[in-house]
Design a protein around this ligand. Structure first.
Ligand code: ARG
Length: 291
């Protein structure tokens, strides 16, 4: 016999707490690691004395690419240029919103020439293009969250670049200051999961920036030193699926509990250059980007 009673209290509580996550279709830009190598050191992860394995890097990159395509996203590919071993980290090439691209001005001369490749690529596709006038490392330091553009500084992007981005995109910029040189780009310490939700490692930020993050994102997922240390925050989210470097257990459990679907990917070879999943993926944000 069936009972006419409704679900138990425990079950109805669980149902009302459950958040339904949805993915939205995205457009991304990636650059194959054809010329990937570690021949200079511009962050604490890079040791030119340790050999890299290009075929392994290529296979790890391909997994990221194919996983995004399998999830139904569009992935454009920019041709890699010889002599630019860090060009695989496409997230740093620009910040893109709608039909406007603000192309990077790299902090280190070793990466200078990448800017030209991105300027040409976006101009060829009819976007409004401008190169940043002070150090600005694109989506490495700029992450779009709802109405805001979260903007990192401290190691790479110059604070003055934040104002330029605010004016160029006509969107409010929230400046966040990084303090730990292992987490030198915003995208190594914080990931945007959906318009209201981020995950981050508090100790990578000044106490003032931590206070801003607590205020803006009361439901944020907080990562530990261990999560940050395996680069787990260098993640790409489509609102449901979270592609992230494999190796964190705590953070994966918290993501599942919050209704996300974490997908761990091996990026051991890319990590030798201080890059993970998000570093390889530039999101072409906004309505025009999603055409
Ligand atoms: N070797 C590169 C650099 O130091 C890695 C860039 C990683 N990119 C990123 N979006 N965090 O510039």
């Amino acid at each position: 016999t069936t009972t006419a009673d409704g679900p138990s209290d425990a079950l109805s509580n669980a149902l009302s707490n459950a958040v339904i996550r949805r993915s939205t279709q995205r457009r991304y830009l990636m650059c194959p690691p054809t010329h990937f190598d570690v021949v200079y050191s511009i962050n604490p992860w890079m040791n030119p004395a340790k050999p890299t394995d290009q075929p392994i890097a290529a296979a790890q990159w391909q997994r990221i690419h194919d996983q995004l395509v399998d999830l139904g996203h569009t992935v454009d590919v920019i041709p890699p240029a010889p002599g630019l071993p860090d060009m695989v980290f496409a997230a740093n090439g620009a910040t893109v919103w709608g039909d406007r691209a603000l192309v990077a001005r790299f902090r280190h001369t070793e990466r200078d020439a990448e800017s030209t490749a991105y300027l040409d690529w976006f101009a060829d596709r009819g976007l409004h293009v401008q190169q940043a006038s002070t150090a600005n490392e694109g989506e490495g330091d700029y992450l779009s969250a709802g109405p805001w553009l979260l903007a990192g500084s401290g190691f790479r992007t110059d604070r003055r670049a934040h104002l330029e981005s605010e004016q160029y995109f006509d969107r409010p910029v929230i400046g966040l200051t990084l303090v730990d040189d292992r987490y030198y780009h915003l995208d190594t310490a914080l990931a945007v999961l959906d318009d209201e939700t981020v995950m981050y490692y508090p100790d990578a930020f000044t106490s003032g920036s931590q206070a801003i993050l607590r205020e803006l994102f009361p439901t944020a997922i907080i990562a530990t030193a261990e999560d940050a240390g395996v680069f787990a925050l260098n993640a790409v989210s489509d609102g449901l699926h979270v592609l992230m470097p494999a190796g964190s257990t705590g953070l994966v459990a918290k993501l599942r509990e919050a209704g996300f679907v974490p997908i761990g990917l091996d990026v051991s070879e890319l990590l030798r250059a201080g890059g993970g999943v998000k570093c390889c993926v530039l999101e072409l944000h906004g309505p025009a980007g999603r055409r």
